[in-house]
Every structure is written in C-alpha cells, then in structure tokens.
Design a protein around this ligand. Structure first.
Ligand SMILES: NC(=O)c1ccc[n+]([C@@H]2O[C@H](COP(=O)([O-])OP(=O)(O)OC[C@H]3O[C@@H](n4cnc5c(N)ncnc54)[C@H](OP(=O)(O)O)[C@@H]3O)[C@@H](O)[C@H]2O)c1
Length: 284
C-alpha cells in the first residue's frame, strides 16, 4: 500500500481525500490518500524525513505550504517554478519532485465551458496562489487580462511577473478592486474569474463582485467550490451570464496529480460525483 498525503495546516475538511480515495478504490489501486496536518515549524523535519519514505508516493500541498515546500524538493517542474508554487509532489525512490496542477486544471475547466481561450479578454479577481497558477496558463492564450486585487501592489507584482514570461501573449494590467475599476474591466470582459476565498463556506453571503456589474454572456468562473453554487454564481446567472463552479477545477487539478502518482488515467466523473455526494448539492 502506498500513501499520498494532503499536506497543509490545518487540513480539517478535504474534498481531495474524498475524490482520490474513490478513484483508487474504483481502479483497485493499492493507494490511499490521507490528510497530514504539519505545522510550519515542523515542515522541514517532515519533508526531510517521512515524506521521503518510499511507502509515500506523493502529496498535494495546500495552505500555508505551497511556497515553503519548494526549498525541500530535489527538483521543481518548469511550470511550477514559473508559477512560484507547488501543489503536487511525487516521491520517486526517495527523491522529491514538485509540480503545479492548479492552473492546468482551471484551463481545462475553462476550455470545456468556453471553448478556445485564444484572444479572450479576462478579468481575474485576486492575486494570490490560485491567480498566479491560472494567470500563468491563461496569459499564454488570452488577448487581455486585468488583475484586480484588494492589495493593489500584489496585482501589480503579478501583472509584471506574467508580462515578463516568454510564454505570455496577453497584455496584462493590474488594478485595484474598487467598484469603478471593476465596472470598467467588466464592460469588455469575456470571462470573469474569482480567485479570492470570498463567498466560501461559512461566509456564503459574501461576493467579490456586485452582480449588477456582470454583463449577460460573460462566463463567470468561481474557483470556490464550497458551496457548489456561490452567491457570485447565483447573481451571475440572474444577470444572464454563463457560470462555471470551482469543482471542475478541483477535480481536474486532482486528476493531473493522480496521473503523476499512478501513471493511470483517473475516473474523473466518478471523482466529481464523489465530491458532489459529500457537498450534497446539485451538479453545476
Ligand atoms: N477549485 C480549486 O481547485 C481551487 C484550487 C486552489 C484555490 N482555490 C480557491 O482559491 C481561493 C484562494 O486560494 P489562494 O491559494 O490563491 O489564496 P491566497 O494565496 O491566500 O490568495 C487569496 C487572494 O484573495 C484575496 N482576498 C482574500 N480575502 C479577501 C477579501 N475579503 N476581499 C477581497 N479579496 C480578498 C487576497 O487579497 P490580498 O492580496 O489583498 O490579501 C488574495 O489576492 C481558495 O480559497 C479556494 O477557494 C480553488
């Protein structure tokens, strides 16, 4: 039996365990997925010790370790390096390599919902880890990306970083998260992406964007997946926009990690249904 961990602190509720264990069982693989809460103070000891045990096949990495784990890895994949964060680790005979599957997961979900992303005009709200991963992949395809963030300097840093990447084809502009700025950015946007935790359980009344600013026809993608249908998505629907809940991204980033660990194609619809069953909502 080999184990894959969710490495974070705290790791109280995890839909990753639900979907990976369902997939391992379905395919009869001798793997199990466990939650592993490791405090920042103990991260170094864990990464140099237990994480290198050959019974451990790998890990997903979540808050607050996505950046901190990088210094303990033997190798970091080119995309994860460019993004500046690792969300998946593979243990190859005691040697650790880091990857980032968040951005690819998001792009797959976006392409399913929107079609080709070449030349799209996108608005990203937030400038943290999820925005970096999505921005990196999206900037290779999009025509224009506006990044709006509560803390303007982080939007500026991310816009400058993405613009400096050789694979970036988009014009990337930073902005603050003021109503007037949002209104202007959304006037000509094809896609709106929320990468902030605003609207997440238990604060389900929160929304990062006032629904009255959303234009009909826009694709609104909320990376939050709990609840499945956030207030942002409800208001977007009422405004005549198309919606994409964060669960598809969660499943696709998980599927990419699953492939890296097992070399086997995962049953993505089964993983999706396993999470839906636990979250108890309607399919989005
Ligand atoms: N579906 C998936 O598979 C998936 C994967 C990864 C993440 N996510 C979602 O993405 C969210 C963010 O994750 P992350 O790793 O990017 O976190 P992070 O690095 O901590 O970044 C959080 C971002 O949200 C902004 N923010 C936080 N609270 C805010 C508020 N009350 N009002 C306005 N902006 C606020 C922060 O702005 P400041 O810079 O001003 O602090 C920052 O830009 C998670 O909560 C999760 O729901 C989903």
């Amino acid at each position: 039996m080999r184990v894959c961990y969710l490495l974070g602190y705290p790791v109280g509720h995890s839909m990753s365990a639900v979907m990976h264990n369902a997939a391992f069982e379905e395919l009869g693989l001798k793997y199990r997925y466990d939650l592993r809460g490791v405090s920042p103070a103990k991260l170094g000891a864990f990464m140099t010790g237990e994480m290198r045990d050959t019974t451990v096949r790998g890990a997903n990495v979540t808050i607050p370790h996505k950046l901190a784990v990088m210094e303990y890895l033997d190798e970091v994949d080119r995309e994860a390096l460019a993004i500046g964060a690792v969300n998946t680790i593979v243990n190859e005979d005691g040697r650790l390599k880091g990857y980032n599957t968040d951005g690819r997961g998001a792009i797959r979900a976006l392409e399913e919902a929107h079609g080709e992303l070449e030349g799209v005009r996108a608005v990203i709200v937030g400038a943290g880890g999820a925005a970096k991963a999505i921005g990196y992949h999206l900037s290779a395809k999009a025509g224009r990306i506006t990044i709006l963030n509560r803390t303007l300097c982080r939007a500026e840093e991310l816009a400058a970083h993405l613009s400096s990447m050789p694979e970036c084809n988009a014009s990337v502009e930073p902005s603050s998260l003021r109503r007037s700025e949002l209104e202007e950015a959304l006037e000509e946007a094809d896609i709106l992406i929320n990468t902030t935790p605003v609207g997440m359980t238990p604060d389900v009344e929160g929304t990062p964007v006032d629904g009255s600013l959303i234009r009909p026809g826009t694709l609104v993608f909320d990376t939050v997946y709990n609840p499945l249908r956030t207030r942002l998505l409800q208001e977007a629907e009422e405004a005549g926009a198309r919606t994409l809940p964060g669960l598809r991204m969660l499943v696709y980033q998980g599927a990419a990690a699953f492939r890296l660990w097992t070399g086997v194609e995962p049953p993505v619809e089964l993983m999706y249904d396993a999470v839906i069953e636990v979250l108890g909502g309607e399919q989005g």
